[in-house]
Ligand binder design. Structure first.
Ligand code: DON
Length: 578
C-alpha cells in the first residue's frame, strides 16, 4: 500500500518537499536579513528578568520558575546582587522600588533611601575655613546614611510577595558561602579601586587575597562574613539587621572611627510607601520615583516639554531632536537644583513641575534652532555632584506584576568601608546632600537649600525606576544607574520606544546624550554621527564626547510577549525569559 501510495503521489510529494525546503530556506534567509538589521531582545512568555549580573538574573529566574511572583524574584535579585556585585548591589545602602499590578491597576513605590543620622548637622562637612570637604562627605564614616535596603526589600516581600524572607535570601547566602567565579569586570573594578579599599583593613581583607594580591578572572570569590550576616537576617528577619548583631557591628564600626550612626538610628529606620510621580506621554502613562528622588519629577517634566514637538518626524538622534532634548533637559535640571529635596522636610512643588501647563511655559523659552546658554537660564546655580555606580533591575511575571528597582551605595564601592565582621560595604550617600547650600563645594558646584543636611532627612537622589503602562497594562519597565545621567538615560529609552518605535534591545543600546544645565555641555556617547555633532555645534551647543552613560536594564511587554534588553554597557548584564 505504501508502495502504491508512493507510486501514485511520489511526484506530488517530491514537489511538495522541494517547495517546503524552498520556503524554509526563504524564511531562514529573511530571518537572517532581519537578524542583521536590528538587535533582538530576549523573549519570554511567562516572565522576564533583566539585571546587571547574570548570577542575580539566574537566581531571580529560578524564583519565577518555581511559581514566585515578580516581587519575590526582585528581592532575591537584590540580595544576590549584594553578593555578586558589591560595587553597587548592597545591603549597606538604599534605593527605590516601583511595583505595578495589572490586576489592581496600581503602581506603588517603596522609598528605602538612606537617612541622615539623628546627630547629623547642616555644617558637618565644612572644614575650619567653612569650605565643604568632599573627602569627609565621601570617604569617611561620616559619609554613611542609615541603610534602608534590608528594610525596603522586606517590606516589598511582606506586602506583595508570596515567599518568606528566608527563601528569598537563600540563593544569596549560597553565592556568598560557596563563592562564585570572578569575571573580568569584577577583577578590574577591584584593581581600579585598590587605593580606596585598601585604606581600611576590614575592606582589604574581603576584597584582596591574604597577601594583598588581586582576585583574577577565573578565581573563586567567597564571602564568609557576608554569608553569616545574610544567614542571620534570613533566620531572625530585619530586626536582626536593625537591632541585632549586625546593627551592633555597624554601630561599633561607627564608634571606632568617628561615625554618627547609633543603635537608635538603626532602630528608627523605616522605609515608606509613596505615591509615584505620574504623567502622560503621547497616551502612555508614566510612573516614576517621587521625592526624595528628583528622577521621576524630571523624567515627566522633560517628556511634557518634548510632547509639544513632532519628535518621531525629526528622527532618532537627529540634530533637531537632540537639540530640543538638550534644551528641555537644561530647564529641568535648573529647577532640580532649586526645588528638589526630601518632601518630608521641604515643600516640593511637584504638581507644578509635572504639569502640562508649566511644561508649555518652559517650551516657550526654547529656541528651536539655537542653544540657550545655561548661564542665562538661571545664573549661578549648579547641581550637587553625583557619580559612579548604582544598579537597576527590571522584572515582570505572568501574573501581571512588574518591578522596577534601582538601589545604590552611591559611588562604586560606596565609602570603601566594610563593616568589620559583617562583610558589607557602607554607602557614602551623605554626599548627595548639599554640603553647603548656596556656596560652591570642593568641585566648584552649588547645591540647593532644599537639599541641605538635616537630622533624619533623606538626601536628594536622581534614581528613576520607571514603569510605563498603556490601558492598565504593563508596557515598559526601565531604570538605570549613572548619577545625574540617570534621568536622561531613562528618558531616552522611553522616547526610543514611544517616539522612534525601536525594540527594547535597540532602545537600550542606542547612543545616548545628556545635558544637565551646568556645566553647559552636551555630553554624547560614541556612535553619534559626526555630521550631527557638527550641526549641533552650529546650533550653539558645546558637544563633548565622554564615556558611556548608564546601564539601563529594561523590559517591554507587547501582545502577551515579554522582551528583555540588558544594557551592553555592562559586560555581566543578562536578560532571561521564561
Ligand atoms: O541617588 C543618587 O542619585 C546617586 N547616589 C546615584 C549614584 C549613581 O547612580 C552612581 N552610578 N552610576
Amino acid at each position: 500500500m505504501n508502495g502504491n501510495f508512493l507510486q501514485q503521489h511520489g511526484k506530488k510529494l517530491a514537489a511538495l518537499a522541494t517547495a517546503a525546503l524552498l520556503l524554509a530556506s526563504q524564511v531562514a534567509y529573511s530571518e537572517a536579513i532581519l537578524e542583521g538589521q536590528r538587535m533582538h531582545p530576549v523573549q519570554g512568555k511567562e516572565g522576564m528578568v533583566v539585571t546587571s549580573h547574570f548570577l542575580a538574573t539566574q537566581s531571580a529566574q529560578e524564583v519565577l520558575k518555581n511559581g514566585g511572583n515578580a516581587i519575590d524574584a526582585a528581592v532575591t535579585a537584590a540580595f544576590s546582587l549584594a553578593v555578586t556585585q558589591p560595587r553597587s548591589g548592597n545591603i549597606g545602602g538604599g534605593g527605590f522600588m516601583l511595583i505595578s499590578s495589572e490586576e489592581k491597576d496600581t503602581v506603588v513605590s517603596i522609598d528605602y533611601r538612606e537617612k541622615a543620622p539623628a546627630k547629623a548637622t547642616v555644617d558637618m562637612f565644612l572644614d575650619k575655613e567653612g569650605n565643604a570637604d568632599s573627602n569627609v562627605s565621601r570617604y569617611s564614616h561620616l559619609a554613611t546614611g542609615v541603610p534602608g535596603t534590608v528594610a525596603g526589600l522586606a517590606m516589598a516581600l511582606e506586602q506583595y510577595g508570596t515567599i518568606s524572607l528566608k527563601e528569598a535570601i537563600a540563593p544569596a547566602i549560597k553565592l556568598a558561602q560557596d563563592g562564585f567565579i570572578v569575571t573580568p569586570r569584577f577583577s578590574d573594578g577591584l584593581k581600579k579601586k585598590e587605593k580606596l579599599l585598601k585604606r581600611w583593613p576590614s575592606s582589604k581583607k574581603i576584597f584582596y587575597k591574604a597577601d594583598g594580591s588581586y582576585y583574577e578572572p577565573g578565581d573563586l570569590f567567597v564571602q564568609k562574613d557576608l554569608a553569616a550576616t545574610l544567614s542571620r537576617i534570613a533566620e531572625h528577619g530585619i530586626k536582626e539587621f536593625y537591632q541585632g548583631k549586625t546593627a551592633e557591628l555597624l554601630v561599633a564600626e561607627m564608634a571606632k572611627h568617628g561615625g554618627l550612626i547609633s543603635m537608635e538610628d538603626m532602630k528608627n529606620y523605616a522605609p515608606v510607601f509613596r505615591a509615584p510621580v505620574h504623567g502622560t506621554y503621547r497616551g502612555y502613562h508614566i510612573y516614576s520615583m517621587s521625592p526624595p528622588s528628583s528622577g521621576g519629577t524630571h523624567v515627566v517634566q522633560i517628556l511634557n516639554i518634548l510632547e509639544g514637538y513632532p519628535i518621531s518626524e525629526y528622527g532618532h538622534n537627529s540634530a533637531q531632536t537632540i537639540h530640543l532634548m538638550a534644551e528641555a533637559m537644561k530647564l529641568a535640571y535648573a529647577d532640580r537644583s532649586q526645588y528638589l529635596g526630601d518632601g518630608d522636610f521641604v515643600n516640593v512643588p511637584l504638581k507644578v513641575l509635572t504639569s502640562k501647563k508649566y511644561a508649555a511655559s518652559l517650551r516657550e523659552k526654547i529656541n528651536p534652532t539655537k542653544a540657550t546658554a545655561s548661564a542665562t537660564i538661571a545664573p549661578g546655580k549648579i547641581l550637587p555632584y553625583e557619580s559612579n555606580e548604582t544598579t537597576h533591575f527590571s522584572i515582570v511575571d505572568k501574573f501581571g506584576n512588574a518591578v522596577s528597582n534601582t538601589y545604590t551605595i552611591n559611588f562604586s564601592y560606596g565609602s570603601g568601608i566594610v563593616v568589620e565582621g559583617a562583610g558589607f560595604l557602607l554607602n557614602n550617600e551623605m554626599d548627595d546632600f548639599s554640603a553647603k547650600p548656596g556656596v560652591p563645594n570642593a568641585y566648584g558646584l552649588l547645591g540647593g537649600e532644599a537639599n541641605k543636611i538635616e537630622p533624619n532627612k533623606r538626601m536628594l537622589s536622581s534614581m528613576s525606576p520607571t514603569i510605563v503602562k498603556k490601558e492598565g497594562k504593563n508596557f515598559l519597565v526601565t531604570g538605570s544607574p549613572g548619577g545625574s545621567r540617570i534621568i536622561t538615560t531613562t528618558l531616552q529609552v522611553i522616547m526610543n520606544v514611544i517616539d522612534h518605535g525601536l525594540n527594547i534591545q535597540s532602545s537600550v543600546a542606542a547612543s545616548r546624550i545628556h545635558h544637565q544645565w551646568l556645566p553647559d555641555q552636551l555630553r554624547v556617547e560614541e556612535g553619534l554621527s559626526p555630521d550631527t555633532v557638527k550641526i549641533l555645534g552650529e546650533m550653539g551647543h558645546t558637544v563633548i564626547k565622554k564615556p558611556a552613560m548608564g546601564a539601563i536594564q529594561s523590559i517591554m511587554v507587547k501582545d502577551g510577549m515579554m522582551y528583555g534588553g540588558a544594557d551592553p554597557r555592562r559586560s555581566t548584564g543578562l536578560a532571561a525569559g521564561l
